[in-house]
Design a protein around this ligand. Structure first.
Ligand code: ATP
Ligand code: LTN
Length: 335
């Protein structure tokens, strides 16, 4: 990475099945920004441990997530795609940054409050310090930009605060990252309750389009999407949140704006509109699904790129970690 491109960093947890929300809110933006930046994408498996996992399933899911990044069009020979747990610098910097993060700041995190209430039997310290590990991920690579959905903006804010605090004490060690949310970063909503975001941990499978759903399932879920009792396809988030969510999705997939969509479906009713959204989304996902099927079983190829990228991620991140250790006054190892 000799040229002077800026650095992009992002990642997803290897929990649950990815949804259309993850794709339109994050993964697709990664692909769009891919050429412009030097990119690092993590499979955030250490973060996934904050919620109890079945070890065998978890291992497979993490590998599948890696393959899905590749299937989504991120070339692992041009982008550094790697497993967070393979690169020891993350856990190390995370510990150091814990000592520069205030409990008061962590107490304000809405994702912690939300997850603690949903997993009240397992409110572990990892769930609490989750944002510090995320700050370490980002700051280790001196990232300029971090594309995420809107629900992650608070974590980006705390990352910036920690970095600024550290730089204030020790000089310019970390680049201060900017968030990037893209057009639909505001959020794809649940198909069953358009007041809620579409989420991979929703218990109702009809609420989410999973990236691996087949075309028939996708069509059916859109046909059953909750809308209002009116018949007019019109964009109005307050009065017509269900239809507006479908319009957001249709617009994100086809590139048409709301006026064009209203004109296209004027006088035809919701049934035809829902079918068109289903068709568009099925068409969007099918090439990625095919590629995923090919890649996920190519063990030799995956092992090769995983190992090369782990090395690369360690090399880059360790430069920052070494600097941090020096700045805070930790002694050097004697070799
Ligand atoms: P969980 O339900 O387990 O909290 P999630 O579906 O919210 O998971 P994450 O792993 O937290 O998914 O998110 C991965 C990325 O996808 C993040 O950048 C997040 O902001 C984005 N994202 C998730 N859901 C949506 C959504 N409905 N709309 C837009 N972006 C989303
Ligand atoms: N918390 C993020 C996943 C994540 C991440 C990151 C995203 C962990 N570390 C660093 C961007 C940059 C989420 O999407 N739930």
């Amino acid at each position: 990475m000799e040229d002077k491109k800026k650095i992009l960093y992002s990642g997803m947890q290897a929990t649950g099945n990815l949804t259309l929300g993850n794709y339109l809110g994050a993964l697709r933006n990664w692909k769009t920004l891919n050429e412009e930046y030097d990119c690092f994408f993590g499979v955030m498996d250490l973060h996934s441990l904050t919620v109890r996992q079945n070890p065998a399933e978890f291992r497979q899911r993490a590998r599948n997530l890696f393959a899905l990044y590749v299937a989504a069009g991120l070339d692992p020979e041009k982008n550094c795609i790697y497993f967070q747990s393979h690169v020891s610098t993350h856990a190390e910097l995370s510990w150091i940054l814990n000592c520069y993060t205030y409990i008061g700041e962590l107490n304000r995190m809405t994702q912690f409050k939300d997850k603690a209430s949903r997993h009240s039997d397992n409110i572990n310290a990892g769930l609490y310090t989750y944002p510090v590990l995320m700050a370490a991920d980002i700051l280790l690579y001196q990232a300029d930009v971090v594309p995420v959905g809107k629900d992650q903006l608070q974590h980006l804010e705390i990352t910036r605060d920690i970095a600024q605090r550290f730089n204030g004490i020790y000089g310019d060690v970390f680049t201060i990252p900017e968030p990037y949310t893209g057009k639909i970063g505001a959020g794809v909503k649940s198909l069953q309750n358009p007041e809620k975001k579409m989420s991979k941990s929703d218990e109702n499978p009809n609420a989410s389009i999973y990236l691996m759903d087949d075309a028939d399932t996708i069509r059916r879920k859109f046909r059953r999407a909750v809308t209002d009792s009116d018949t007019q396809v019109r964009y109005d988030v307050t009065e017509k949140p269900g239809i507006s969510n479908l319009m957001d999705i249709y617009s994100a997939v086809t590139g048409k704006d709301m006026k064009e969509i209203e004109a296209e479906f004027s006088g035809v009713g919701y049934g035809d509109f829902k079918s068109a959204v289903g068709e568009a989304v099925a068409g969007l996902l099918s090439p990625m699904q095919e590629r995923f099927e090919e890649i996920k079983n190519d063990k030799e190829y995956l092992d090769k790129v995983i190992s090369a990228n782990d090395e690369k991620a360690f090399y880059f991140s360790n430069k920052t970690l070494r600097k941090v250790k020096k700045k805070v006054g930790l002694t050097d190892r004697i070799r």
